[in-house]
Design a protein around this ligand. Structure first.
Ligand code: SAH
Length: 218
């Protein structure tokens, strides 16, 4: 991939990306930091070339292996939820690297981003995109048997981009004592939860509906 393909032309151009950001703003995304980073990150390099011209539509798209890149609004909403909490975001964990797009959006907004994926082919492609964009604060991991990275816990924030039927206790246990987690939960009917831990006091609220591929736990 060369600089021209990062820059984009036509349906992958900065102008097309700006229109996506304008739509996000019209739908209620108000965080300047989120709008700026989504204006900066070239979403079209996170999808297959054949799909690149659809990259700035309000849609989730296939990324192979039966998985999808989340739609731009959902990425913006989850990122904004973490930022608006005002909590520290020094060490942040993402479950479900997929294309790497959500990780790339979070990268400039956090200290270190740890991201894990269970499908090696996706993890490798995502890592190539992080290298191309010089996102040097992202550490990616292939996780096959565990959910998350218990050995590197605790994390200030956890963002989950695949949906478990219930919040895995193993994952909640990886949250710092003032930590925050944003996670879609459910099967056919899903809801997006914001969960906080304040020195052991767990609180949760529903922020929206959701529509994610399932979290696979072995
Ligand atoms: N954040 C991604 C969305 C990817 S879709 C993006 O921006 O493109 C969700 C991903 O979660 C899939 O790639 C799937 O393989 C992965 N996944 C499912 N269960 C997982 C688990 N237990 N641990 C890590 N990744 C998981």
């Amino acid at each position: 991939m060369n600089m021209n393909s990062i820059q984009g032309i036509g349906m992958t151009s900065p102008r097309t990306r700006k229109r996506m950001v304008d739509r996000l703003q019209a739908r209620g995304i108000s965080s300047e930091a989120v709008l700026k980073v989504m204006n900066d990150v070239p979403r079209h390099i996170f999808v297959d070339e054949a799909m690149a011209h659809n990259a700035y539509e309000d849609a989730s798209l296939p990324i192979g292996y039966g998985q999808t890149i989340s739609n731009p609004y959902t990425v913006a909403q989850m990122t904004q939820a973490l930022l608006e909490s005002g909590r520290p975001l020094r060490r942040v964990l993402e479950i479900g690297t997929g294309s790497g797009y959500q990780a790339a959006v979070l990268s400039p907004l956090v200290g270190t981003l740890f991201t894990c994926e269970r499908i090696e082919g996706l993890m490798k492609k995502a890592q190539q995109r992080f290298d191309l964009l010089k996102l040097s604060n992202i550490r990616s991991f292939l996780t096959e048997t565990e959910v998350g990275l218990p050995r590197l816990a605790p994390f200030d924030a956890i963002i989950v981009t695949c949906a478990p039927e219930e919040v895995p206790q193993m994952l909640y246990d990886q949250l710092a004592s003032d930590g925050i987690m944003v996670i879609p939960v459910g099967g056919v009917e899903q809801q997006m939860y914001l969960i906080t831990n304040d020195a052991g006091l767990r609180q949760q609220s529903v922020i929206s509906g959701a529509n994610f591929v399932p979290l696979i736990a072995k």
